[in-house]
Design a binder for this molecule. Sequence first.
Ligand SMILES: Nc1ncnc2c1ncn2[C@@H]1O[C@H](COP(=O)(O)OP(=O)(O)OP(=O)(O)O)[C@@H](O)[C@H]1O
Length: 239
Amino acid sequence: MAILSLHSVSRSFGALKVTDDVSFELNAGEALGIIGPNGAGKSTLFNLITGNIAPDAGRVFLDGRDVTRLPPMERVRAGIGRSFQIPQPFGNLSVYENLLVAARFGGELGAGEAPAFCMDILSRTGLAAVAEKPSGGLSLLQRKRLELARAMATKPRVILLDEIAGGLTDAECVELVATIRAIHANGTAIIWIEHVLHALNSVVERLMVLNFGRMLMIGAPDQVMASPEVREIYLGIEA
Ligand SMILES: Nc1ncnc2c1ncn2[C@@H]1O[C@H](COP(=O)(O)OP(=O)(O)OP(=O)(O)O)[C@@H](O)[C@H]1O
C-alpha cells in the first residue's frame, strides 16, 4: 500500500490556483523528487501535506488514513517529518537539545529513551562532533544537517526535504547527499524538492515536475529529464 497519497488536491490564493488537482502516491521506502520553476507551487504542496495550509478540495492519506483535517503537530506524530527551506532551529539551544525537543514532542519519545535515540541520529547525520554547540553558531552545512536531524528525530515514516542542498558548495552537497542516501537506504520514504538536479537525481527513484500548480509529469528521472516539454518548461533550454 502507498505510504502517502494525495487525491485531487487543489488550493488557491485569491485568483491564483497554486495547487491544481494534484494526485500521486508515494510507496513505502520510496524517494520521490519534485522539480519545477520558481512559484510552481512546490513548497505549497509540502504545506498541504504537512497541514500548514488546508486544501480547497481533495484529500491527503497517510498509511491509508485520511489526515486532511489533522493539524500539523498531529501529522508530525502520525509520521510526516519535514525540513524547511530556511533552517529554523532553536538558536539558543545546543544541537543535541534541538533534537531532544523534536524527539520528545514530535516523536513522542519518553525521557528515558530519547537521549540514546538522539545520539544515534546525531551520528547518522554527521553532527556528533558539534552536539554540544549552540545551533545558532553552526555553518550552513551543519544547519542543513540539523534540519535533516530534527526531521529524523520526529520518527518519520516519510520525510519532506525542501531545497536542503540550496546554497551549499559542490563538496558540501556531495557530503549531504551521502547522508540522505544512507537515511533512505535505511527505509525512510523521502519527498525532496530541489533545484540542484544532480544531487536530487542521485537519490530519487522517481521525479515529479510541477508547473503552474499542475503535475506535468511523474516517472523515472532519466525519462522525465529527457522529455522535450520538461526541458523547455523547467530548464528553459531548447528541446
Ligand atoms: N500564503 C500565501 N498567500 C498568497 N500567495 C502565496 C502564499 N503561499 C504561496 N503563494 C504564492 O503561490 C505561488 C507558489 O508558491 P510556492 O512557494 O509554493 O512555489 P515554489 O514552487 O515552492 O517556489 P520556489 O521554487 O521559488 O520556492 C507563488 O506565486 C507564491 O507567491
